[in-house]
Design a protein around this ligand. Sequence first.
Ligand code: TGC
Ligand code: FAD
Length: 407
Amino acid sequence: METVATSAPAHMVNASKVDKYEHHDYYDVDGLLSEDHILARDAVRAWVKKEVSPIIEQYSEKAECPLFLFKQLGEIGAFGPSLPEKYGCGGMDEIAYGVIMQELERCDSGLRSMASVQGSLVMYPIYRFGSEEQKMKYLPKLATGEMIGCFGLTEPDHGSDPGGMTTHFTEDGDDIILNGAKMWITNSPVADVAVVWAKNPEGKIKGVIVEKGMKGFSAPEIHGKLSLRASITGELVFEDVRIPKSNILPEVTGLKGPLSCLSKARYGIAWGAIGAALDCYDSALRYSKERVQFGKPIGGFQLTQKKLAEMITEITKAQLLAWRLGSLANEGKATPSQISMAKRNNVHMALEIAREARQIHGGMGITNEYPIMRHMMNLETVLTYEGTHDIHLLITGMDVTGINAFK
Ligand code: TGC
Ligand code: FAD
């Protein structure tokens, strides 16, 4: 593992940037949370304000990932908060996991991505489908951020239709030989381990743990992203990579393996997107009271109030949807289709709010003085990854009609 800095260099810190975010809870949703949920949420919020808010704009502008935050995210318990303590994880419930994702995405969707991928797409499959040996080897180090992980499902020619993947392996004694390529992989250029989904000689999908440094394995970075710029994205390329069979996740075969990890991560995004929306609303509300035109604050004009009233209405509906989904998840009753509905609704809601908030800020809204454009650009990715807006609509459509419109 390479050594990374433990804090941001001075030129990346904007000490004058004060994070003025205030709590917004129009329907007393806090009344539905436990003391532990509120403690977890407030601790993450305080960490974000102190450690990340002063640097996030610079990292995003320079399209750099603040790698030193992986260890700090581990320290605050952001990786696999609802996985068992036995493996160094939080042992909390699904609502605690949700409120943590909300606070991270209140800062930046890329920050939440760092946690989503590590916790839900790398640790979760190892926990759910791995051998005890694999769990003990990887989970504690992933939980602290000592190791960074990535999740390889999407391919250059198979995005919404991952079942068509061509990445595959053959068998050779105690090893497998992996060939193929994955595309758009969060964290891949800096990852120590990759959970990769590939077809076995029978054409069935299996999960394989690929380690950095294995011969024939590379992870080039994808440049030129205008969205999620503080998150690092790359490819995964496998050219006759020899991997021990003991790196195969033994407990799952088929597309339901990766899709159940996606359910976990999509659930976190349903909460996370509320954070981005709250940050845009918070900024717009404050600006509307401070900015004076025609002799009065713009918040006094009916059209501005309409925007703000609709924003808090949509945020409140999204909070209630996420809370109810969390309660179902705690009982083991949240279905993939219910998760799709919440991911789709809440991300779209956040994007619409970012657009309205940008208007309230007028020209200032397009500058880096305010977080709005960064959230808006980030949310374009969030609308697409983990299943696009339209794919989630079709999942709901199939659930209510019983008819598959995908194919
Ligand atoms: P289909 O035949 O419907 O299903 C295959 C098997 O999987 C089961 N299943 C699920 N299981 C658990 N959770 C889910 N959400 C599930 N959805 C389906 C299903 O019951 C079936 O099981 P079995 O036992 O019968 O075999 O599959 P399909 O090929 O028709 O595809 C369906 C579709 C389109 C919904 C699915 O493939 C899909 O969701 N496509 C979107 C792809 C996607 O979301 N990719 C995300 C890549 S990862 C990513 O974006 C990370 S970003 C991370 C970050 O930075 O935060
Ligand atoms: P396509 O599947 O080509 O879709 C293009 C358009 O066609 C979309 O509008 C889609 O809704 C529409 N469409 C497709 N099929 C249908 C249909 N049947 N009916 C109607 N419309 C349809 N993947 C990973 O595996 N791991 C990661 O860590 C990861 N991180 C990512 C990070 C970023 C920054 C981005 C941008 C993507 C990431 N992804 C990751 C990939 C992401 O999940 C895919 O981009 C997404 O699933 C969509 O696939 P695609 O881009 O190939 O679009």
